[in-house]
Design a protein around this ligand. Structure first.
Ligand code: 6PG
Length: 246
C-alpha cells in the first residue's frame, strides 16, 4: 500500500506504474492488456499517460478493455468510455480496433454484458490459457465499498463463471443507471490489480478494508485478491487519520 499527499502525486505514481507494467508485459508476452477504471480518480493518471508518458508506452501493442461501464450513450458525460477517450485514448496512437468498449447501444444491459463477455474471451482468451485475464486492472473504490460496478449485496458480486455481467442501477451511488461490470473471476485473474483511491468520503470504508476486518468482506473492493500483484494507491484524504502514517 502506498499513500500520497494529494491526487497529483498519486497520479504521477500510478502513471509511472502503468508504464512499468506495460514495458514488462510487452517484453514478456509481446503485448500489454489493460482494463481501465471509470469514475473521476483515474482521469489525471490517464492524462499523464497521454502527455508526459505518451512515448513511454508502446501503444501499438496495447489492448484496452473496461472494468465496468455505465449503460449510457458513448458521448454521455457519465460514460466511462468517453472519459477514457477524452483523457487518453484519442491522444495516443492506439489502433482503434484495440480498444474494446461495452456496446451500450445493445438492446439491454443483459445483452451488452453477454456481448462484452464474448469480447473479453475473444480478445484475452490467449492469455487466459495461462490463467490470466489482463496484465493490469485499474480499479477504484466507492464510498459504499463497491469496485468496478460490483455493488455490495448484489448478485454480480457472487458471479463465479462469467467475466462480464449486467447490473441494475445502483441505489447507493450515482449515476443511477444500469451497468455492465467485469466480475471477481475476471479481476482476480489480472496479473496486477491496482486501486486508485482519493477523497475523504472513502475514509470509513478504507478503514475496514485496510484493517482487513472480516466485516470488510461485505465490500466488493475487499474481495479483489488476484493471484498476481495487488497494489493500493491512496491519497491522504482517503486515509483514516490514524493509519495515514502507517
Ligand atoms: C464506475 C467506476 C467505479 C469507480 C468508483 C470510484 O463506473 O463508477 O468504475 O467503480 O471506480 O466509483 O470512483 P471515483 O474515482 O469517481 O471516486
Amino acid at each position: 500500500m502506498q499513500t500520497y499527499d494529494n491526487l497529483d502525486q498519486l497520479s504521477d505514481a500510478a502513471a509511472a506504474e502503468v508504464v512499468r507494467v506495460a514495458h514488462e508485459s510487452v517484453k514478456a508476452r509481446g503485448r500489454f492488456t489493460l482494463a481501465l477504471a471509470g469514475g473521476n480518480t483515474p482521469r489525471a493518471t490517464y492524462e499523464r499517460l497521454a502527455t508526459r508518458h505518451r512515448n513511454d508506452v508502446d501503444w501499438t501493442r496495447t489492448v484496452i478493455v473496461f472494468g465496468d461501464e455505465r449503460v449510457v450513450p458513448v458521448d454521455d458525460a457519465r460514460s466511462n468510455y468517453r472519459m477514457a477517450r477524452e483523457a487518453l485514448l484519442s491522444r495516443v496512437p492506439i489502433p482503434p480496433d484495440a480498444v474494446h468498449a461495452v456496446a451500450t447501444d445493445a438492446a439491454s444491459a443483459a445483452e451488452a454484458a453477454r456481448l462484452y463477455d464474448d469480447t473479453l474471451r475473444r480478445e484475452l482468451g490467449q492469455d487466459s490459457v495461462a490463467g490470466a485475464t489482463v496484465d493490469l486492472a485499474l480499479l477504484g473504490v466507492g464510498p459504499d465499498g463497491h469496485t468496478a460496478s460490483l455493488f455490495p449485496g448484489t448478485p454480480a458480486v457472487l458471479e463465479q463463471t462469467r467475466w462480464a455481467v449486467p447490473v441494475d442501477a445502483p441505489t447507493t451511488v450515482q449515476p443511477a443507471v444500469p451497468r455492465v461490470t467485469t466480475t471477481l473471476p475476471f479481476l482476480n485473474a489480472a496479473r496486477t490489480a491496482m486501486f486508485l483511491v482519493a477523497g475523504k468520503d472513502k475514509r470509513p470504508v478504507m478503514r475496514e478494508i485496510l484493517d482487513q476486518a472480516d466485516s470488510a468482506r461485505r465490500f466488493p473492493a475487499a474481495l479483489v485478491a488476484p493471484s498476481g500483484r495487488l497494489l493500493w494507491m491512496i491519497d491522504r484524504t482517503a486515509m483514516p487519520d490514524d493509519l495515514s502514517n502507517a
